[in-house]
Design a protein around this ligand. Structure first.
Ligand code: GTB
Length: 213
């Protein structure tokens, strides 16, 4: 059955892999499943055809026959549950991998998004200079805690899992801020994720789409 992922027709990052379709592409590559993409413009995202797939008018979405999903966490979990390679077989280890997926999107990603908003959308506000250090410190708090838990192991809980895929995807957006490099083990963890052949294929595919003529 053909799987179709909706992605930015032209990502605002020009193909740096920061948009959320990259994590879905990465999951598909990790489990060795082919997929097609539908490029969607910002305008088309808010039109009925796309809103029927995604009530919030965003990307990515995932279509597989009659199944239509939005939310990257749900999409990656669906992929991981239906194909070998992203979740451990043992029940407790599987539950912990899912826990790390939720930790990535619910606990680590929110302050990172707050920072992105402060840098990109609130730069001209008179209160930005005062607020930005507070926002950065909230990110640092989370990174410090995650860094302490990761220690010197390779992945969060044994073998690479969907939990690592989501956590690395969330953390890599921090690179430009310099905050990731304050935590050597987290910077190395993200680099390990990005070095995986499946990530490389996902990145190359989104880059090709975003750099076509
Ligand atoms: N919680 C949802 C999920 O995980 O799927 C969030 C989806 C979401 O934020 N999608 C964004 C979107 O469609 C694209 S990824 N935005 C358009 C809109 O809301 O109108 C966020 C994103 C966009 C661009 C960059 N970039 O260029 O650097 C990085 C991240």
């Amino acid at each position: 059955m053909t799987i179709t992922i909706s992605v930015f027709d032209r990502s605002p990052d020009g193909g740096k892999g920061l948009a959320r379709d990259t994590r879905v592409r990465w999951a598909m590559e990790e489990v060795g499943q082919p997929y097609e993409v539908r490029g969607v413009s910002f305008a088309a995202m808010k039109e009925p055809a796309h809103l029927s797939r995604h009530p919030f008018g965003q990307i990515p979405t995932y279509e597989e026959g009659d199944l239509v999903l939005f939310e990257t966490g749900a999409i990656v979990l669906h992929i991981a549950q239906n194909h070998a390679g992203l979740l451990p077989k043992e029940a407790d280890a599987r539950a912990r991998a899912v826990m790390w997926m939720f930790a990535a999107t619910n606990t680590v990603e929110p302050p990172i998004l707050e920072l992105a908003n402060a840098v990109l959308l609130e730069r001209d506000k008179p209160w930005n200079a005062e607020r930005l250090p507070l926002v950065k410190d909230r990110v640092r708090d989370r990174l410090r805690q995650l860094s302490a838990r990761l220690g010197d192991v390779e992945w969060l809980d044994g073998a690479f899992s969907a939990g690592d895929l989501m956590m690395v995807s969330v953390l890599l957006r921090l690179r430009a801020s310099g905050l990731l490099d304050e935590f050597e083990n987290l910077a190395a963890y993200v680099a390990r994720g990005e070095a995986r052949p499946a990530y490389q294929r996902a990145f190359a595919a989104q880059l090709a789409l975003n750099t076509r003529m």
